[in-house]
Design a binder for this molecule. Sequence first.
Ligand code: GLN
Length: 239
Amino acid sequence: MAAESRLRLVSIYPVLLGTYGDGGNLRVLAMRAKARGFDVEAIELDAGEPVPDAADLYVLGGGEDDAQVAAARALRADGGLARAANKGAVVFGVCAGYQLLGAVFPGSDGVPEPGVDLLDVTTDRLPKRAVGELLAAPCTPGLEQPLTGYENHAGATHLGRDVAPLARVEVGVGNGAGDEGAVHEHVLGTYLHGPGLARNPELADLLLSWVLGSPLLPWTQADIDALRAARLAAVRGRR
Ligand code: GLN
């Protein structure tokens, strides 16, 4: 984080990568950082705008196959996200934004498309599209609460040796082989929509703590606690 203590958050192409409310993840991060007294600059980049490589945290959301291909090509051509990640910036990708952080994913009609290769994962097709609630037990240091969200994707994501799973699936599909998401240093991908950071404040705070280099003071919101309790009860009741 920069010396002037202003947290710089960037949402990558929310018009292409913002399905299922994932644009809300930027707002959650900004709000939770401001609530702890940090000055925040939150930027939404249009597709094709240069990606600044000096920000602290980048978010990418879900998208349709064509939009995902367009975003991956623009990011590969631009190079700013890769430079930022190599300098230690935090990167958080959801669904399409998760898949394109990997080496390859299925584009339109399933044609393999290279990703930006910041996570050691590859994505191909699930036998059947995964649609519904996703509940997973975290296995990432710093996370203890169950992860809740919903998923809607056709991709099956395979983890390489350089990543650890974010969580183990309790309900739903996630990556497709019992695990959910992937983490390498400060790059984290997940299938959790919701927005995922609204439904999982502990995950939002973990990302912010990676930027700050220390844990944040606790901050709970009764309405979010109630939302989590309702979703967890509904999903567990269906098991
Ligand atoms: N297009 C990708 C898939 O279907 C990602 C979908 C999404 O982002 N919701 O797997």
